[in-house]
Design a protein around this ligand. Sequence first.
Ligand SMILES: Nc1ncnc2c1ncn2[C@@H]1O[C@H](COP(=O)(O)OP(=O)(O)O)[C@@H](O)[C@H]1O
Ligand SMILES: [Mg+2]
Length: 377
Amino acid sequence: MRVQNLSVTDFRNYGQASLTLDAGVTIFLGPNGQGKTNIVEAIHYLSSLSSHRISQDVALIKKGAEQGIIRANVVSADRSILLEVELNKSGRNRAQVNQNSARIRDFPRYFSAVLFAPEDLQLVRGEPELRRNFIDDIVVAFAPRMAGVYADYDRVIKQRNTLLKSLRAVSARARETSTLDLWDEKLVSLAVEITDMRIRLLERLAPLVVENYREIAGVDQHPNLQLKVSLYADNEQGTTLFAANTFAQDLTARIATSRANEIERGSSLFGPHRDDVVFELNDLPTKGYASHGETWSFVLALKLASAELLKVASPLGDPVIILDDVFAELDVARRKRLAQRIQSFEQCLITCAVAEDLPEAIDGQIFVVSAGTVVPA
Ligand SMILES: Nc1ncnc2c1ncn2[C@@H]1O[C@H](COP(=O)(O)OP(=O)(O)O)[C@@H](O)[C@H]1O
Ligand SMILES: [Mg+2]
């Protein structure tokens, strides 16, 4: 798929900008701090419903404005759809699909993009939440209804934690008559669905990561990725223990025996919100062991694998590939191999401060970005 038109109003450092994009490669060129990342961030927002740089939308709205707008025409196969998001400083964000009001969380049904950025190194080095979000975003791209399942699960955990905290001060009898059992059931049934989807996704992703790692790094270091299920975290075998039919029983039993501990801590100790994804190279965890270059290769392999999986299996076809300041971070060999790999996608959007950082093979439409304006070169 591809983005045909983009327009932003009071978004980041843009008052108003509109551009028409071709299929193939588009390069946004300009010195630092001019608004290159802001443009691709607007596009990526429509597929991820969040920014890769911040967790609060308020920074996306132009300083001094009350509201920012992102509007894009996206085309997949021969279907063209207009997506619009209104980011409001006070009050809820609003979304429209073809000018009818819609839920933002349904956007992954219409648009998918895969973003590569220097922040991605945190996928290997950072907290488990980043790895969970990475696989959950791909799960949702495949099965948009899962957005509702994740939202329900978050709500259950929040409400269950509130209840656990409130039970700290009450008698054992009052604890028994609480509604906690109902929340346990909800937690378990959503946990089964989420864990099952995550494991199935990782199984499909793994062979593509192996292939892309070999392509990008130029050597085979046996990359491996595996869900570390919190329920079995103290067990060496990790996920190999997971089977959908016993998982529900195991989780229910574990929650029952952890009752006092959970109330004491006022927190739900087991479930998908505590899982992690373990990445390995040559049987060693990448976190804490992989070199800078290996970490980059792993991250690129992960992202390429997710993009290729969407390309073959998503009803939307090719995701839009976005490379934000990535080439500058890579050595010449990796630049060249990455450039080869991304050119099979229908549309690639690349930001770059200096043209010399681009590999030779990259050629396409160029926009010059300068102080919140973006114009064709
Ligand atoms: N909400 C905002 N309102 C106004 N300016 C903003 C806002 N958010 C970011 N900026 C400005 O945008 C610029 C950074 O743009 P960015 O796209 O990250 O630059 P680059 O071209 O280096 O990728 C900075 O000057 C920053 O101050
Ligand atoms: Mg930038």
